[in-house]
Design a protein around this ligand. Structure first.
Ligand code: HEC
Length: 169
């Protein structure tokens, strides 16, 4: 009995072994070729803008956690209350101001796409990096910006963070 089982096991093993190795000579080679090519292409893309990709992912996370409540999932805001961030003339007119407002809040009358808004926005993030990340996400996702048009962190590094307005957490 025991011997038979071992024999049967060995037979199965042998069949599997031959099935795996035999009969697929050409297919195997082409598969290896593909496997070699694909990761190589992906790596180039990831390496090129892995920093920007990570930044935009952070921006998306912040947008979905914080901004979405008021500015909405489509970033079109709510008429009479929250201004739009999508295709918003006010945002793209001054990107530095947008980053500063995200950091320090905003309390002034503003006209966005022809509509007047005047409710205060509290500070939304703690660091310039977070503010740049979320504004870059907004620009790319909702304002048709290409990667090379986005804000560079180093250009915003000197924006003052108002210590009185950092959100408590
Ligand atoms: C509690 C509601 C609320 C949240 C949350 C909020 N905002 Fe605002 N936001 C406003 C209001 C209200 C204004 C208008 C402020 C004013 O009139 O001074 C505004 C204005 C702005 C402006 C300038 C006006 C415009 O449309 O360009 C920007 C930029 C902005 N918000 C970005 C953000 C970002 C980025 C986030 C998330 C990190 C965020 N906001 C989260 C309510 C909010």
């Amino acid at each position: 009995m025991k011997k038979n089982k071992i024999l049967a096991f060995l037979t199965v093993l042998t069949v599997v072994f031959f099935a795996a190795c035999g009969g697929g000579g050409t297919a195997d080679t082409s598969q290896t070729d593909q496997e070699e090519q694909q990761p190589a292409q992906e790596e180039v893309v990831v390496e090129e803008d892995s920093g920007l990709k990570a930044q935009l992912e952070l921006g998306e996370k912040i947008y979905k956690e914080k901004c979405i409540v008021c500015h909405q999932a489509d970033a079109k805001g709510i008429k009479g209350a929250f201004p739009p961030l999508a295709n918003a003339d006010y945002v793209v007119a001054d990107l530095r101001r947008a980053v500063a407002q995200t950091l320090n809040g905003s309390h002034e009358e503003m006209v966005v796409n022809g509509e007047t808004f005047n409710a205060p926005m509290t500070p939304q993030v703690k660091t310039i990096e977070e503010a740049v990340s979320v504004i870059n996400f907004v620009l790319k996702e909702f304002n048709g910006y290409t990667d090379d048009q986005l804000i560079k962190l180093e250009d915003m590094a000197d924006i003052e963070i108002n210590p009185m307005t950092i959100p408590a957490q």
